[in-house]
Design a protein around this ligand. Sequence first.
Ligand code: NAD
Length: 309
Amino acid sequence: MKQVCISEFMDPDAVAVLDKCVQLRYEPTWVDQRDVLLKSLANVDALIVRNRTQVNAELLDAAPALKVVGRLGVGLDNIDVKACEARGIRVIPATGANARSVAEYVVTSALMLMRGAYLSHAEMVAGKWPRARLSEGHEAFGRTLGLIGFGDIGRLTARLAAALGMQVVAHDPMLPADHPAWAENNVKPLALDALLATADAVSLHVPLVPATRHLINAERIRGMKRGAVLINTARGGVVDEAALATALKEGTLAGAALDVFENEPLSAGGVLADAPNLVLTPHIGGVSHEANVRVSMMIADAVRDALGV
Ligand code: NAD
């Protein structure tokens, strides 16, 4: 019987699907017990991870029988894909399965940040009534959303934003200008600098690769429209957090929503701690109940197919 190990949370129904046809270790705490995980992989045919298990040469050396890595989500920055390929190991992400959850998170954040609606909670519970200061927020209708990266999540976000009457522009140098996705979604392709200068809300949807590390740095933030807002659900490393904190303190940007961080979990007292107009969430853009079920079922089925069980 094939052996499968799951080292991070997976929906119980999908775990049950696998449990019927393979010898299964479902050990979601092993992501934090690296030694135990590595010692348990000797005969494992497939490993299923989310974004925290580092699938690197050290892990692959400990798993000589490994044939498949299932990734419960998208973004392969925790997986050494080249090392897997070199060993003939298939890497299977849950392409598109959590895109809707991320897209809804982005639109929620854009509305909240442009309106400034989130800014009153601390003052309100302290007995203040900051109505005058918060009366200058903006409607989304007619404003411009700029998407950097126009793949599954970018495209779905564009459709949701269009329903609110937003104009949508996007930058994606990998996508040719005649690709049908532009016209189908009524989105205008723009060069990065032009997008930054135009957008009232900028949202990031690129993978974290060397070319996108600190793509949003001090210089690019200076190129953004004054008073724009930034939303990052991609990966923390895409934004220079210190440069963002400075821009928020100086008021160059009106606000930011960050779901992902250069170091996760975020520690107390870092560069973002005293930045104003900032909404932080703990990497939950893609992990609603519905997305968890879709992602888990997709990977359970794909791993079964790949193992032929
Ligand atoms: P995708 O592969 O469908 O799309 C990524 C797009 O980025 C592609 O179209 C690609 O051409 C483009 N791209 C690559 N390099 C670029 C660059 N330098 N500039 C502009 N565009 C570039 O991926 P997706 O499903 O849309 O997901 C995007 C990213 O979102 C993932 O890589 C992952 O890191 C992140 N993500 C986060 C969460 C979360 O919970 N916060 C959930 C899902 C995905």
